[in-house]
Design a protein around this ligand. Structure first.
Ligand code: PMP
Length: 399
């Protein structure tokens, strides 16, 4: 057998690379104004505060910060995170939490502990791509649940649950990726009650909840009593501190959390000791709330710049939403236009977005696209939209 013939596991060849990552590679030329990424704005990272936290941790207790540690995570970071969740309305103890290497790892731990090959997993349609990847690696049979402007449709969910008997539902109820949509409190209750009635797990992924620019907070599904015993809530420091820290957490009922701790031992023993200690130190010494006020106000301005520019750029008959937070606006071109085909024209005009089609586990909508507004100034956003208008003019679709 030549090296090229040595077999890989079937799952390694059946799960493809994320199309968004492939597109991001194409748009890394500095002259491209890209609405494709889903990155926090780097100029807003509190690099000084984070550096000070690492300095203190190393100066005060390097032996601990550089040593192996427990799989559950840094007790202080868990306590401080629990206090933040409690302050936001979800009573949480340090022992309810497992620190993970990004919330992406929490997803992998949950698919490892919950999903047998062939199990049905329900997702919103469209859905976060790396969740689809993680579920595919676990061999899940992914079934898409229809959504509307308000997120998942509880009536469609109920029908599909009765028919498919799912093991779990993966859902991003607040400022969803890719759509920016937020599920109402009534729908959250309906989802929770469906899980209680029919017996399935809910994985509630919430990396964007603290990036709210307008509208009122909506309580987590994990806080609806009907589903409290069957909901795993995922949180992340990526969008509120920095994604390079790779720090996230999982809040789950004890039996599930224990199983995830064991899965984590096999994955990486534990999340970086020094990164956890520095994050805890940052939460204690710095004013994260004040930092978030700055981030929110910049992102609000950028969202508003994009909303302001869209009517002058998009072809007549396009639609888009007005998210109250997060990083994304979801748009739809008029029938007949294909966002994937137009992307190559857009890149020639030095502007980029992500076509919506890859985010669908069900029937893709070729006219849909995702626009991220976080990494450009309002001026750049207007310039990017001017270039996008040129793309549509070139193909004869005029605003
Ligand atoms: N869930 C969703 C919905 C996301 O959009 C992301 C990151 N883009 C993640 C999870 C993973 O975030 P992290 O691992 O950085 O916490």
């Amino acid at each position: 057998m030549t090296p090229a013939e040595l077999p890989l596991a079937a799952r390694a060849t059946s799960v493809g690379s994320s199309p968004v990552r492939d597109i991001l590679a194409l748009t890394s030329r500095p002259e491209v104004i890209s609405f494709a990424g889903g990155l926090p704005a780097p100029e807003l990272f509190d690099a000084e505060g984070i550096r000070a936290a690492y300095d203190r941790v190393l100066a005060e207790n390097a032996a601990r910060a550089l040593q192996y540690s427990t799989s559950d995570g840094d007790p202080e970071l868990r306590a401080l995170t629990a206090a933040r969740l409690t302050a936001r309305g979800l009573a949480t103890e340090a022992d309810d939490l497992l620190v993970t290497t990004g919330s992406q790892q929490a997803l992998t731990l949950l698919t490892t502990t919950l999903v047998e090959p062939g199990d049905v997993v329900l997702v919103e349609d469209p859905c976060y791509l790396a969740a689809l990847q993680s579920l595919s690696f676990a061999g899940a049979r992914i079934v898409a649940v229809p959504t509307d402007d308000q997120g998942i449709d509880p009536v469609a969910l109920e029908e599909i649950v009765v028919r498919e008997r799912p093991k779990l539902l993966y859902i991003i109820p607040t400022f969803q990726n890719p759509t920016g949509r937020t599920l109402s409190a009534e729908r959250r209750t309906a989802v929770a009650e469906s899980a209680a009635r029919h017996g399935f797990w809910i994985v509630e992924d919430d990396p964007y909840g603290e990036l709210r620019y307008s509208g009122a907070e909506v309580p987590w599904i994990a806080s609806v009593p009907a589903a409290a015993d069957r909901t795993a809530l995922l949180g992340s420091f990526s969008k509120i501190m920095a994604p390079g820290l790779r720090l996230g957490y999982l809040r789950a009922p004890e039996r599930l959390r224990r199983a995830c701790v064991i899965a984590k031992q096999s994955a990486d023993l534990h999340t970086s000791t020094i990164d956890q200690a520095a994050a805890a130190r940052y939460l204690r010494d710095s004013d994260l709330a004040a930092h978030l006020t700055v981030v929110r106000s910049a992102y609000r301005e950028r969202r508003d710049a994009l909303l302001d520019a869209l009517p002058g750029a998009m072809p007549a008959g396009s639609t888009w939403n007005h998210p109250d937070g997060g990083m994304f606006i979801w748009a739809r071109l008029p029938e007949g236009l294909d966002a994937t085909e137009l992307l190559s024209v857009a890149i020639k005009h030095d502007v980029a977005y992500v076509p919506g089609a890859p985010f669908f586990a069900g029937t893709p909508d070729p006219a849909s696209l995702r626009l991220s507004f976080t990494t450009h100034s309002p001026g750049e956003i207007h310039e990017g939209m001017r270039r996008l208008a040129g793309v549509f003019e070139q193909v004869g679709a005029v605003a």
